[in-house]
Design a protein around this ligand. Structure first.
Ligand code: ADP
Ligand code: MG
Length: 217
């Protein structure tokens, strides 16, 4: 298989950009899209129709960067809306697609497309979100990026739901419903702590170690 440009497989590739909310996944996706456009490669951008937080069709980052996209209900529609000339397919909020996105992404990569997927790796309870775990496993490149914990300023790998009333996995919202948090400042580990109490491993009170630490951002 031949290689061109910045190490992309000419025969197609799968990239995943993941992390919690506010970590810059959409910014990074837009950065890669812009670079591809500078290289005059045809890019098509899709997002699940469920994500209309900022705009019905555009992909918009929390820092207000924006690119046009096509909202799709069903991942199979990506294949029907694809132009022959498209070299790069970018997908935002990939966790909201159903599992058929895995087949679609694999098929696009086999056809020679560079597929860039951005999405949450975990839901608000720290569980793998939708098809993301599978996509991470089959990806050629994975970037897991971090936000800043709103409690202590540490690197944040978790999305914390501040609205305790709602327990459903999918609840589309913004900073009105969600915070970026470090592991120590998520309180959904009750079950894990119970298990640890039966072992010799003590449960460390991470909060005590947090203050005064220096973080590299
Ligand atoms: P994502 O797609 O991962 O939700 P975005 O790319 O839309 O993230 O937005 C990232 C931007 O969000 C950052 O550049 C910053 O301006 C802003 N932001 C707001 N809250 C936070 C936070 N807690 N940690 C890091 N960035 C934040
Ligand atoms: Mg985003």
């Amino acid at each position: 298989m031949s290689v061109f440009g910045g190490g992309q497989f000419f025969g197609g590739s799968i990239e995943v950009i993941c992390g919690p909310m506010f970590s810059g996944k959409t910014e990074e996706l837009i950065r890669r899209i812009r670079r591809a456009q500078i290289a005059r490669q045809k890019v098509q951008i899709f997002k699940p129709a469920i994500d209309n937080r900022y705009h019905e069709s555009d992909v918009v980052s929390h820092s207000s960067q924006t690119v046009c996209s096509m909202p799709v209900q069903d991942p199979m529609h990506i294949l029907t809306k694809l132009y022959d000339s498209t070299r790069i397919v970018a997908l935002d909020e990939v966790q909201f697609f159903d599992d058929s996105i895995i087949k679609v992404v694999s098929k696009l990569a086999r056809r020679g497309c560079r597929v860039i997927c951005a999405g949450l790796d975990q839901d608000y309870q720290g569980r793998p979100f939708g098809p993301i775990a599978h996509l991470l496993a089959i990806a050629d490149r994975v970037d897991k990026i971090q936000a800043i914990c709103t409690i202590c300023g540490a690197p944040a790998t978790k999305t914390f739901r501040t609205d305790v009333e709602h327990k459903e996995q999918v609840l589309v919202g913004e900073s009105n419903l969600y915070d970026a948090r470090c592991r120590a400042h998520c309180d959904y580990f009750g079950e894990e702590d119970d298990l640890l109490s039966y072992s010799n491993i003590g449960v460390v009170n991470n909060n005590e170690n947090i203050e005064g630490r220096l973080y590299e951002h």
